[in-house]
Design a protein around this ligand. Sequence first.
Ligand SMILES: NC(=O)c1ccc[n+]([C@@H]2O[C@H](COP(=O)([O-])OP(=O)(O)OC[C@H]3O[C@@H](n4cnc5c(N)ncnc54)[C@H](O)[C@@H]3O)[C@@H](O)[C@H]2O)c1
Length: 340
Amino acid sequence: MTVGFFGGKFLPLHLGHVFAIIQASTIVEELYLVLSHSEKRDKELCENTKMKYVESRVRLRWLHQLVKDMDHVKVIQVEDRYSNEDYNWEEGAVEIKKKIGKPIDYVFSSEHEYEAIFAKLYPEATHFLIDEERNTVPISATQIREEGVFKHWNFLPDEVKPHFVKKVVIVGTESCGKSTLTHNLAKIYNTSFVEEYGRTHCERIGGCDGIMFEEDYPLIAYTQKVNEFEAMKKANKVVFIDTEATVTQFYSELYNHHHQPVLDEVANLQDYDLCLYLEPDVRWVDDGLRFHGEQNVRLTNNRRLKQLLSKNNIDFIPLTGDYNEKLKQSIKYVQALLTE
Ligand SMILES: NC(=O)c1ccc[n+]([C@@H]2O[C@H](COP(=O)([O-])OP(=O)(O)OC[C@H]3O[C@@H](n4cnc5c(N)ncnc54)[C@H](O)[C@@H]3O)[C@@H](O)[C@H]2O)c1
């Protein structure tokens, strides 16, 4: 059986790595992908660049996801050791050999300069160079870190993109223009979005006033999260999300007079990059599922929702004005988010 390995930091994993991994997988009968990581070094590599440090557990999952359907490719990880600030290649090789646990026939890389090191560390193995010039996929992880992931978005594998997607949530009370703004922004940015699942739920049961049960709200919050997870996989740099768990809490209080700790728990797990709050300063539109149109009720509800968001430590940006004004302001904030 021929055995080989392909090592790297994969900070981040890109399509050049994927190309090399696939090439290597066709040459040996068993291929090991070795994630070499060092928290200190890897954080330093990302310092003063346009890419945030990516934890090794995330990179390990990327590799596992990439090769999950390739039975002869295995993923292992080693923690890189340093002596006097220099990477200790010898210790690294001892660890890699121990983890692979069988004779190594091939060491794959695209770096000519590793030739001498690998000849010394793996004298029985052939150093197999893959696309040294990087002509097939002209990209490097250094370039992605330096110039930012959005500039090189199309060089990121689908398994990697969701990690970097910016999540924009749009909140507000009834008839403030949330769902239209969500759709419009998704169209402008040619990306995916998440509809307010609470609304879909009400449509399915034939309304909401008087027929919502307490147990409906956690279901709504969980389904919204699952839908977010799915939308992130399809997102083009940014995803737009109509409401979150605090808004669900607000409706639980409004319709069922019940504050549910589980909804706060869900809200505490959320990590949106931007939360846009639409003030209810546009005309209230009756769509058959809305019941709180009087101006004083709208204002009371508005105050309560803001209170709940603040309690859940969600920083929101209030947007005022007509639909066009709110769209223009949203675009300004989204652009800032996408400018790394
Ligand atoms: N001790 C050992 O024996 C040993 C062996 C191998 C690797 N390592 C570890 O891995 C690190 C070396 O990996 P790296 O820093 O080069 O990691 P990296 O994540 O930048 O790259 C991983 C591999 O992909 C190749 N590659 C990058 N872009 C490519 C492209 N566009 N097309 C084709 N191939 C491409 C690189 O040449 C490298 O071989 C070392 O610093 C060390 O931590 C250790």
